[in-house]
Design a protein around this ligand. Sequence first.
Ligand code: NGS
Length: 283
Amino acid sequence: CYLWDTTNTTDDAQISKCPIISPYLVGYRKPVINERIVWEEVLEKYKAVRCDSHFQPSNCKARQKVALIVPFRDRYAHLEVFLRHIHPFLMRQQLDYGIYVIDLDDKIKFNRGLLLNVGFIEASKEYDYDCYIFHDVDLLPENDKNLYRCSDQPRHMSVAVDKFAYKLPYAAIFGGVSAMTKDQILFVNGFSNKFSGWGGEDDDMFNRLKHHNMTVMRSMDDVSMYKMLKHKQSDPNPQRFKLIRTGMKRASGLKMKPCQSIFFNLWGVLLLGFNVKASLVSV
Ligand code: NGS
């Protein structure tokens, strides 16, 4: 059940590319966070995306096909606010996009890296995305000139978050919102599945990127502003610093070509599914 009218878009040659900068951008707009919204209203308001959360501009061909991967646990109130905010934001950017909210079985400890890997695999099966944006549900972009696109190097997008007084908390941060192409993800073998509990998986990804000679790109902080929704701090993983320290040793030990390595780590994700307790191959 795809939303777009295929009768309009079957002939790709006839439809021109969307402009590099969408004419619908409004710049800075304070996110609305206090009004509750019920699911029925979200669906009613955004009929265009009601079927499977997939949108495509009707009058031009989007320049990038973007999958938003949202790791999720229990924060339904945040999810409502997030979806209400992010749909019109992405539509204004004239993207061909899909949103994947990846939940984990309640019995399993939250594992952001694992959820992002699952989201990547599932989204790739569904559509030929150019760009994967790993997006925390509690972060609302404030300026739609912050373009949700990938580039030839991985991008860290949540540069200026209100919680950190709109300043980068540390140079190697890669958490919150980040964008990578399929090739970039495959090249570094996805995220580590080993980080159970809060923290560190993004730092480990930063190290993986560095290890593979990639450079993390950031936009100017006046464009990359985000509002963080309030929540209680999750339980940090006490093992995270050790895992980060030993991460590169594990990565170096792989000695695989990118096309093989994705099967190693992401194969572990497939085996794990959402429930399985069995030990798995993960790095
Ligand atoms: C660091 C965490 C990162 C996290 C970042 C921002 O301390 O995983 O804070 O978190 N690293 C470690 O704990 C090693 S935030 O306040 O945005 O939730 O992304």
